[in-house]
Design a protein around this ligand. Structure first.
Ligand code: SF4
Length: 208
């Protein structure tokens, strides 16, 4: 319908004086009572009450921009989480970024060696605030079966981790569950003392 047609239609529904509203057979429709007009006016109004903090948290949790840090087999598993079958997009976190400056969720997927630790620290420091970290799999969470001098026994030795996803590798469902857990933490304004007490550059290695 044209813009003019829309306007005429709208005018007919609000009872513009002089306009004769007719049905499909051309018969005149009964005029709306004042009470009906009030009900119509009220039904077009929407009232929403919330707290600004809650609104911001709602936006944040539904628009996480993840940066995958895949270093081993878990990285391959992470790809399937992004794929059409498990479809991370359903949770609003499909905008994968490969620059830390455009990401607020670091997905650590794989073994982190001590040599790599300063690099992941730099990546974390460059990310946008507020930022979140998910350690995906046994290696990222605890070093996995690499109980060796050269492997970081968990990426939380170098950066604060919000959610640990167990498994070797974790199933895509487990990773999705980890993302949903993080979303719930954001929505609930869950305290994050592990971030508050975090000191940049402090290397807490106990691998030896
Ligand atoms: S947790 Fe298992 S699957 Fe994941 S990177 Fe380590 S060895 Fe590979």
């Amino acid at each position: 319908m044209s813009e003019k047609g829309n306007a005429q239609n709208a005018a007919a529904h609000v009872g513009v004086p002089g306009h004769v509203d007719t049905d499909v057979h051309g018969n005149k429709k009964p005029a709306l009572s004042a009470e009906d007009m009030n009900i119509m006016a009220e039904s077009n109004s929407i009232a929403l009450t919330t707290k600004l903090d809650d609104l911001i948290a709602w936006g944040r949790k539904n628009s996480l921009w993840p940066m995958p840090y895949g270093t081993a087999c878990c990285g391959i598993e992470l790809m399937s989480v992004m794929g059409p079958k498990y479809d991370l997009a359903r949770f609003g976190a499909e905008v994968v970024r490969f620059s830390p400056r455009q990401a607020d969720l670091l997905l650590v997927a794989g073994t982190i060696t001590e040599k790599m630790a300063p690099v992941i620290l730099r990546v974390y420091e460059q990310m946008l605030e507020p930022k979140y970290v998910i350690a995906m799999g046994a290696c990222a969470s605890s070093g996995g079966f690499y109980r060796a001098y050269h492997v970081l026994q968990g990426v939380d030795k170098i950066i604060p981790v919000d959610v640990y996803v167990p498994g070797c590798p974790p199933t895509p469902e487990a990773v999705l569950d980890g993302v949903m857990t993080l979303q719930k933490m954001i929505q609930d304004h869950h305290p994050r003392p592990w971030c508050d007490g975090w000191v940049a550059g402090e290397f807490k290695s106990d691998a030896h």
